[in-house]
Design a protein around this ligand. Structure first.
Ligand code: ADP
Ligand code: MG
Length: 226
């Protein structure tokens, strides 16, 4: 699903944000990425989204070689990747239904499928009864559920989450992680950046730790002990 081969990213010359990183993630895996602030976690996510280009090295996601992909194919690639941010990034002037439906409209899904799909994912995240609410009327945890529903609505092969529980209390954080766990169980590959040591240790998943742009540890049932 994801292949990084010797990937380096230098925003400015001299100090790479990622330094010769190689890694493989299989289809359907659940991976945590941990590391101190500034260690390169967000840079890794942005490279996987093809939001930025590596300075050197190769990135292949779902068979797309990022260096070779034609620009007209990039929308197809992006459709296969869902993204969840720490600060939710919902459209404040649209209700919950429309926030999720908007992600569908971008890919021009047929209307009858669209409605059912949106209701399905909102049901899955436990918000089927809040369709008409606006983001400002929801708690942080509920807003993050909407963001996950939005990321899932196009059935992405890959879901990337950058500190999705960073703004949430421990109980809500656990619920969000459980939801990401369910997303993976439905067949989506999930890569989650987090500082939530307790959850990483409780979940017993693969953990990749970055330090100063390099992979310091990569363990199948890892722990987080900084
Ligand atoms: P993390 O998400 O682990 O906190 P980042 O990937 O955001 O780390 O940052 C890694 C390094 O790259 C840091 O030294 C940061 O200052 C630098 N960096 C990140 N984004 C940019 C940017 N847009 N321009 C210049 N330097 C950046
Ligand atoms: Mg970051």
């Amino acid at each position: 699903m994801i292949i990084l081969d010797n990937v380096t990213k230098e925003y400015k010359q001299g100090h790479p944000a990622l330094d010769r990183v190689s890694l493989h993630v299989h289809k359907g895996e659940f991976v945590f990425v941990v590391g101190k602030s500034g260690s390169g976690k967000t840079t890794l996510m942005r490279l996987l989204l093809k939001e930025i280009e590596p300075t050197s090295g190769r990135i292949i996601v779902n068979g797309y070689d990022y260096a070779k992909i034609k620009s007209r194919k990039i929308p197809y690639l992006r459709r296969q990747i869902g993204f969840v941010f720490q600060d939710f990034r919902l459209l404040q002037d649209r209700n919950i239904y429309d926030n999720v439906a908007f992600a569908q409209k971008v890919v021009e899904a047929p209307n009858r499928h669209m409605k059912r799909q949106v209701l399905n994912v909102l049901d899955l995240v436990g918000l089927a009864d809040r369709l008409k609410a606006f983001p400002g009327e929801l708690s942080g945890g509920e807003q993050q559920r909407v963001a996950i529903a939005r990321a899932m609505v196009n059935h992405p092969l890959l879901l990337l989450a950058d500190e999705p529980t960073g703004n949430l209390d421990p109980v809500t954080a656990r619920e969000i992680m459980d939801l990401l766990d369910q997303v993976q169980k439905r067949g989506t590959t999930v890569v989650t950046v987090t500082h939530n040591k307790d959850l990483v240790n409780a979940m017993g998943r693969r953990v990749i730790s970055l330090e100063d742009g390099r992979i310091e540890q990569d363990e199948a049932r890892g722990s987080y002990d900084i």
